[in-house]
Design a protein around this ligand. Structure first.
Ligand code: PHE
Ligand code: ZN
Length: 861
């Protein structure tokens, strides 16, 4: 198969532009008719033909300035028209098939709702167009549909006219005055319940808020609406940014490939990130709803008003918007637990991506299928890069830089370089070296070494950086990074280096290595590095357990405190893996007991500190992982952890009373801590009763799921009983049942494959619904270590068989779930070989999608 790779370096401005779009859409399940009237203009002095993108379209007719023409050429993916005037009206009529659109890109009909998804290149599945983000047009869209079946007809902007047609149909015309790229186009038709509200902006503009949800789901909508208002207020307060239309609509749909989409004035959401109430949603679900609502809202400025010149610049909008939603969530909840959440994502997923064949910079250089680049690198590492800028410039200057960015680029399609240039204009700091973060892939490793000279009473600490080569780039240069740094002694005193290279606890590392000297110190010091995860790097700072416990006790930075324990757990698990569990001595256990006792009241910190690093995180500090050995080691350590700490853990569990359910910071932290503790206790005989009691008396989904997840570590029969009772209660609610599917899929059991096969027959399971597929198949591939990595290769084969099937209808989701297979480099050769066999099967498949082909071929290259 040959598929063209697109390169960032080959960017060319468009030969034509389209400034105005009028569309007339007659909805029909299998033959929707789209008439588009485009105002087209030649850009520059040339005679090239007009080449429009289009996929899976039936072409009915083409008119130029009102006259039918046959003078055009069609391919699978384009419509070319030669000899067009410099400026003209183009009318194109096409027919599409929404019902059989299972890829969920373009216009599709699922469970009675028509909706669209156009990012990145879905608009070309609706009509022929210059489907690229640097073509900005205003839109006027008229939707026609059956009035009974589709009482709600929506598109971007404001409704300007409506009326009735023949045969029980009606129509609505929408106008969006803001020029936008077509990836922000949206329309929806359905029969919904709607929640309405109003928001008044700082400057006094009244905005109507409308939230559309499935009939009967209205009671689960208010939290999303409240979140939206908080986000609107926050963006005004923090960045001075107001909403710019009279109406803001959000539609929740059950069939959606991603989380949500920021279409101008008409966000479309995966219902998972809208619907929430205490019975059906966990605290984490509430958190995610608020953060995704905010993310899409924030895109109105970072993404929509200022958009991307080309798709290689995706991080321009995504990295920045993730950073903004992270700031918002931290302000709404708490900085520490948020930061830990982001770092977990980086360590579990982004570092793994960097270490795989899919490694790419936050601004990629080469792409086959754009959908493959909505990655943790572009999004989350992209946000870390913005965060470093925020750290380097400080809050005030960063805001100034943002103001300048909007002043320069409002209404434009720009590049990451334009963003950095705006930031550069407000700071003395030279950002040219910093900009390397945009073009260099890979995870830098900061190695810390230190020496104490007892006679001279001098301590020296050296930090050196090295970025290992990646699949996409063999030469790496040293990066410019802010490294939060502190030096303490075992009693908790803090020390400043002689030359004061560390300023305000921050060291600017811009060379391969730097050495700090500390004079007149009477004992060896402990370097505390990368506070608040100040740069997206790995750190190698091997310290004995007593130093790690001292960091936990005395470091100023709460993230460092948490991280010290993570490092300690990692070390302990390594001892178990090496067959030396006795290296984890009584004094270490005592130190950990003390942690629990001392922090018993600090539910937020304790809750996070009692989480043992996941298997995936452990993999990132190791190479050629012997899966079975590491898994067993982790398990054995968890078991001993529960046993050794049983008494203080039990005390903590019993002393946390959360009362009636409330979604407040304090209550969330308390429940989180209690459930983390329960998860440990459940490994002990005395935990069984607690689990059951909590499950039966819970008045909210957080504690129910907390009990259910804990139950899997205890008595199997009891666990099965609780699972069955959960299913009984929620069998009509697929969104809730996804938690149940996921829990099944991550079970350690010998018959896991036949078990999942059975669940695929569950009345609520459907291969056509991405949420179901992710819950059952995705959870297995990503998180069932024992099953997926079964030594006989059966787990790999199982996932591959499924992907071969899924790829035929939804390649985008298939290409996501293949990720764990593409990360074979991390595992021991026996695993690698078996993973590659399955990747080979995929590669040999005739008609494999571009999405899977790109990831699979790169990972076998
Ligand atoms: N732009 C969306 C977001 O991050 C993500 C998305 C991409 C959704 C592609 C659908 C398709 O907010
Ligand atoms: Zn986004």
């Amino acid at each position: 198969m040959t598929i063209k790779t697109k390169r960032r370096a080959d960017y060319m401005p468009p030969a034509f532009t389209i400034s105005d779009v009028k569309m007339d859409v007659v909805l029909h399940p299998t033959a929707a008719r789209i008439t588009s009237y485009l105002t087209v203009k030649r850009l520059g002095n040339h005679h090239e033909k007009l080449i429009l993108d289009g996929e899976k379209l039936v072409l009915n007719s083409v008119k130029i300035d009102g006259k039918i023409t046959q003078d055009y050429e069609q391919t699978d993916s384009s419509l070319s028209i030669p000899n067009v005037p410099n400026s003209f009206q183009l009318e194109v009529i096409t027919t599409i098939d929404p019902e059989n659109n299972k890829a969920l890109e373009g216009l599709y009909l699922s469970s009675g709702v028509y909706c669209t998804q156009c990012e990145a290149e879905g608009f070309r599945r609706i009509t022929y167009f210059l489907d690229r983000p640097d073509v900005l047009a205003t839109y006027e869209v008229t939707l026609h549909g059956n009035k009974n079946k589709y009482p709600t007809l929506l598109a971007n902007g404001n409704p300007i006219a409506r009326g009735e047609g023949d045969n029980g149909s009606h129509w609505v015309t929408w106008q969006d005055p803001h020029p936008k790229p077509c990836y922000l186009f949206a329309m929806v038709a359905g029969d919904f319940d709607v929640l309405t509200d109003e928001y008044t902006t700082t400057s006094g503009r009244k905005v109507a808020l409308e939230l559309y949800v499935d009939k009967g789901k209205k009671a689960r909508g208010p939290f999303a609406l409240e979140s939206l208002k908080r986000a609107m207020k926050w963006d005004e307060d923090t960045y001075g940014l107001e909403y710019d239309l009279d109406i803001y609509m959000i539609v929740a749909v059950d069939f959606f490939n991603m989380g949500a989409m920021e279409n101008k004035g008409l966000n479309i959401f995966n219902s998972k990130f809208v619907l929430a109430d205490q019975n059906s949603a966990t605290d984490e679900d509430f958190f995610n709803v608020e953060s995704v609502i905010a993310h899409e809202y924030f895109h109105n400025w970072t993404g929509n008003r200022v958009t991307c010149r080309d798709w290689f610049q995706l991080s321009l909008k995504e990295g920045l918007t993730v950073f903004r939603d992270q700031q918002f969530s931290a302000d709404m909840t708490s900085p520490l637990s948020n930061r830990i959440k982001h770092v977990r994502v980086m360590r579990e997923h982004q570092f793994a991506e960097d270490a795989s064949a899919m490694s790419h910079p936050i601004r990629p250089d080469e792409v086959m299928e754009m959908n493959n680049f909505y990655t943790v690198t572009v999004y989350d590492k992209g946000a870390e890069v913005i965060r470093m800028l925020h750290t380097l410039l400080g809050k005030k200057k960063f805001r100034k830089g943002m103001d300048e960015y909007f002043r320069r680029h409002d209404g434009q399609a720009v590049t990451c370089d334009d963003f950095v240039a705006a930031m550069q204009s407000v700071t003395e700091l030279d950002l040219s070296h910093f900009a390397l973060w945009y073009s260099q892939s890979g995870t830098p490793l900061i190695t810390v070494s230190h020496q104490y000279d007892e006679t001279a009473k001098r301590m020296s600490v050296t930090l050196s950086q090295h970025t290992p080569k990646t699949a996409d780039q063999s030469v790496k240069r040293p990066l410019f990074m802010p490294v939060a740094f502190d030096c303490i002694d075992s009693k908790g005193n803090h020390y400043q280096d002689d030359e004061q290279r560390v300023k305000n606890n921050m060291l600017l590392l811009n060379e391969p290595s730097v050495t700090l000297q500390f004079s007149d110190v009477t004992s060896a010091l402990i370097p505390v590095v990368l506070g608040n995860f100040s740069a997206p790097a790995k750190v190698k700072n091997p310290l004995p357990s007593e130093d790690l416990l001292a960091i936990f006790r005395f470091a100023r930075d709460a993230f460092n405190r948490w991280d010290a324990l993570q490092q300690l757990y990692d070390w302990c698990i390594e001892q178990y893996a090496l067959g030396k569990p006795e290296a984890v001595t009584a004094s270490i256990w005592d130190g950990l007991k003390e942690v629990v006792e001392r922090e018993a009241q600090n539910h937020e910190l304790l809750g996070e500190c009692l989480v043992i690093p996941s298997f995936e995180t452990l993999c990132q500090s190791r190479s050629l992982v012997d899966v079975e050995q590491l898994r067993q080691a982790r398990r054995a350590f968890c078991q001993d952890f529960a046993q050794e700490l049983a008494t203080p853990l039990l005390t903590v569990y019993k002393n946390i009373h959360t009362g009636d359910y409330e979604y407040t910071l304090e209550a969330v932290n308390a429940r989180r801590c209690r459930n983390v503790v329960l998860n440990h206790l459940a490994r002990l005989p005395q935990g069984q009763e607690l689990v059951c009691k909590q499950f039966n008396s819970s008045d909210n989904m957080t504690d129910t799921m907390g009990a259910l997840k804990a139950a899997q570590h205890g008595d199997k029969e009891q666990f099965e009983k609780l699972l069955a009772s959960f299913e009984q209660q929620w069998r009509e609610e697929p969104l809730v049942l996804d938690k149940w599917f996921a829990l099944h899929a991550t079970q350690e059991r010998d018959d896991i494959l036949s078990h999942i096969t059975l669940l695929r027959e569950h009345p609520q399971f459907s291969i056509g619904n991405p949420n179901r597929v992710r819950a059952l198949i995705g959870s297995f591939a990503f998180y069932n270590t024992a099953g997926f990595h079964a030594i006989d290769g059966s787990g790999y084969k199982f996932v591959t068989d499924y992907l071969l099937m899924l790829d035929k209808t939804n390649p985008q989701v298939a290409a996501r779930i293949v990720t764990p297979l593409t990360q074979w480099q991390n595992y021991a050769p026996v695993y690698q070989e078996k993973m590659k066999v399955q990747l080979g099967r995929l590669l040999n498949e005739k008609g494999l999608s571009r999405d899977l082909f790109e990831k699979v071929s790169k990972s076998l290259a």
